[in-house]
Structures are given as C-alpha cells and as structure tokens.
Design a protein around this ligand. Structure first.
Ligand SMILES: [Zn+2]
Length: 294
C-alpha cells in the first residue's frame, strides 16, 4: 500500500506532448514535477489489451525507477448489470485491462460497475457481484493474481455505484478495493460535501465496513464538478470557486487521520491540479505538526 499520500494525473500530463511521445517517459516527467502517481487510461479499450506486453513492462520499470505509483482506469465500455451478451463482453474487457495492468505493475484497475437499467437496484447489484466473482476466477486461472479491482463511486444516478454499493461489493467479492471518486459522490448525492465533517463521515464509513487499512490506503479521484438532478455534468479545475467539493476539507481529514491515499487528479488541468492538491496536503500536515509542537 502507498507509503504516503501520493498525487498524480488521470492520463498523460498536459505538457508531456511537448517533451516526448513515449509512454515510458511519463514517470520521469512526473517525478520532475514532484508527482508520484499515474493512472493509465485504458478507457477506450476493447476485448484485448491495447498495449504490447513489452511496452507495459518498460513502463513498470520506469515507474519503479522514478517512484511513481501506477494504477489503471479500465474501459468505459463495461456494464456488469446488463443483458447476458453485454455482461460477457464487459467481463472480457475488464480481464484484458487487468491482464495489462498486471504487466505494468499497476496496483488497481478502477472500473465503472454498470447501469441499473430497468432492474431493481438490489437485483442489479447481485448480478454485478456475480459477474465480478466470475472475473476473479478467470484472472486466477490466467495467473493474473496481484492487481486489485476497484469499483468506482459513480457520478450519475442511473449508474450502480453509490458509496454503500461500492463498499458492499468490496465486502462480498474478494480482491476488490474501493475507488472513491469524491466528485462523483458529490454529484450523485447532490452536493453532499459541504463541511469537513462530511468527508470525515465517508472515511468513517469505509473504516467501519472495510477496516482501518482500507480507509488509510484509499485509492481516490478528485476534481471539482458541476451536476444536475441526474448527477455529474462536467469536471472543473480546483480554482473554480463556484464548484465543489472543496479539496481543502479533504486535505484536512487526510492530515487529521494521517491517511495515505493515492489521489488521482481528473481535473481539466490534470497534473497541474495534482501539484496543487499535493501542496495543500503538505500545508495541512505542516500546520498539524506545528500545532502539536505547541
Ligand atoms: Zn471513472
């Protein structure tokens, strides 16, 4: 698990294209920016890994050399609550992602579990959990044994992925680790993060249901978000005051409990906002240690 709070972008850093076009140069680029995490975006992948094994293994090496924590965002084309053929295709896509994630030494494959469709919520949930159990069985038999799967809290009301559902999936299926997208929770629950306490409550709920370690070593996504009554609409940058949630409040809780999350920036400013979040957490930690010296 992560040894300290870590920060990095969801996908290729903004200015990276001017430096190189080689995937394997990203870890060094991030280290030079003072970042230490990277989420590889496999979001448009189909049923086969869309990276060669060699290239994935080179990325692994470079990430290790530069002390960058790798994760992967799986294909968007996943619905584990749909019709039989949709579920089977989704399972193949997730297996392809997890296979390549293991090649690159990624710690977790974040994925969107699916849509309720016309199903009752609990029925959709049961189907999703069963599909995931089958995926884990296949991964075991393929020898893909390290990488975890991370059901992500969803940003839309029509998508399975409330905080409760994500934690329940992690309880009921082995090898799951929750992927907490704070912006999605904010959008799905119509602006639930208004004060520090609201963040603290989520951490407490995770700890109650999955234990202290899971709460301390969270994998999360952060960005500001605009939403409607259906949920998320658009991601915004950290400096846009009119949108929430407020990262300062999460940073407060990270410092208060000594959490060590991996925080992936999904802001339109990706790595630049990751640097900002890192600095906010550093400041909160310094304030905390200063106040404990008094
Ligand atoms: Zn996502």
């Amino acid at each position: 698990m992560a040894d300290r709070p870590r920060f990095g972008p969801a996908g290729v850093p903004l200015a990276f294209g001017m430096v190189s076009s080689d995937l394997e140069d990203i870890p060094r680029f991030l280290r030079e920016e003072g970042l230490d995490a990277f989420e590889y975006e496999a979001i448009y992948w189909g049923k086969k890994p869309q990276i060669k094994r060699e290239r994935a293994e080179r990325l692994k090496e470079k990430a290790r050399e530069n002390d960058v924590w790798l994760s992967m965002h799986a294909s968007y084309f996943v619905n584990l609550c749909g019709k039989k053929d949709v579920v089977e295709a989704s399972q193949k896509r997730l297996i392809a992602c997890a296979t390549a994630a293991e090649w690159m030494g990624a710690h977790i494959v974040v994925f969107h579990p699916g849509y309720y469709g016309r199903k009752l919520r609990n029925e959709a949930f049961k189907q999703c959990a069963q599909s995931l159990r089958e995926i884990i069985q296949s991964l075991d038999s393929l020898g893909v044994r390290q990488v975890k799967l991370g059901p992500e809290t969803s940003g839309k009301v029509a998508q399975l992925g409330s905080l409760d559902e994500v934690l329940r999936l992690c309880n009921e299926v082995e090898r799951m680790q929750p992927a907490i997208d704070w912006a999605h929770l904010h959008a799905r629950d119509m602006g639930r993060f208004r004060k520090v306490e609201d963040f603290r409550n989520v951490i407490a709920q995770i700890e109650n249901q999955l234990g202290t370690e899971v709460a301390r070593d969270l994998h999360c996504h952060f960005t500001k978000i605009e939403f409607s009554d259906k949920g998320e609409r658009r991601h915004h940058t950290l400096d846009e005051q009119r949108y929430g949630p407020n990262f300062e409040m999460l940073a407060e809780v990270i410092a208060e409990f000594g959490l060590k999350p991996v925080v992936i920036s999904e802001s339109p400013l990706l790595d630049l906002d990751a640097v900002k979040m890192r600095d906010i957490v550093r400041r909160k930690l310094a304030e905390k240690s200063a106040s404990s010296m008094r």
